[in-house]
Design a protein around this ligand. Structure first.
Ligand code: FPP
Length: 246
């Protein structure tokens, strides 16, 4: 097996990788286990991938952990996911801190159960001065929610005379998104063989390279991450130009 890590070109590592973690339920079903065990094993992958991203010098890792649409799942599964979130943040925070990881979130986290919200605030506060990898958890997030929120905020500023409509350009609009200050992802990974975006980062992925793998999230490890980065580095990103201009 080739050493995937050594195949990565260090000065071409994506600054920002975003991941749609999918397939926990099917992974569990395949093994005759309850879905919740799929999520629990998914946490191992979160740890692996966070470590791996830090090792190769990724600056931002955004993980789609809970979408606004996920509220439609059975109450028991939602409860288990929220419990897992709190437990994981509490048990991992010292390790994140030791590894210089800064925790951030995007999404409407105030609408999460109070203990989840509190655990997130504590985690964000504890790690806020760290300068290594920024781990962005997308929680109670959807891209349409975020874009509407931005449009509303800008409309309010405009209505109150603080902002002229003609001054709303890409930069101003981006400033109103929850990813304000975070570079757009160069690479978006979705596991489990699904090839959809599912309301994730619609504005920010305008020029992002997409990588789909059949591997279920609980089986996605460092090796799989490095494989995705190698695949990304073999592509030519033209941003609408022709090869000779790059
Ligand atoms: C998708 O699998 C996964 C989720 C909706 C949740 C992901 C959550 C975790 C990995 C655990 C908690 C996260 C953190 C950051 C601590 P699915 O349930 O949609 O799988 P399926 O499509 O096979 O049913």
């Amino acid at each position: 097996m080739p050493d995937l890590k050594s195949m990565i070109i260090t000065d071409k590592v994506p600054r920002h990788i975003a991941i749609i973690m999918d397939g926990n339920g099917r992974w569990a079903k395949q093994k005759g286990m309850p879905r919740v065990l799929g999520h629990r094993n998914g946490v191992k992958s979160v740890r692996e991938v966070t470590e791996g991203a830090g090792e190769i010098g990724v600056e931002y890792l955004t993980l789609y952990a809970f979408s606004t649409e996920n509220w439609n799942r059975p109450a028991m599964e939602i409860k288990a996911l929220m419990g897992l979130l709190v437990d994981t943040i509490k048990s991992e925070i010292s390790s994140l801190n030791k590894n210089n990881v800064r925790l951030m979130t995007i999404g409407d986290i105030q609408a999460l159960p109070p203990d989840s919200y509190q655990a997130l605030l504590d985690g964000i506060e504890t790690t806020k001065n760290n300068t290594g990898l920024t781990l962005v958890l997308a929680l109670n997030y959807s891209a349409k929610w975020e874009i509407l929120r931005a449009a509303r905020a800008l409309a309010e500023q405009s209505a109150s005379g603080k902002l002229r409509p003609e001054d709303i350009d890409e930069k101003v609009f981006e400033g109103a998104l929850s990813t304000n200050g975070i570079p757009d992802p160069e690479l978006l990974i979705r596991t489990s063989g699904e090839t959809r975006i599912s309301n994730f980062l619609l504005w920010q992925i305008a020029y992002t390279e997409l990588y789909f793998t059949p591997v279920f999230w609980p089986d996605f490890d460092k090796k799989e991450l490095f494989q995705a980065v190698v695949s990304y580095q073999r592509r030519e990103r033209r941003f609408g130009m022709i090869s000779e201009q790059i």
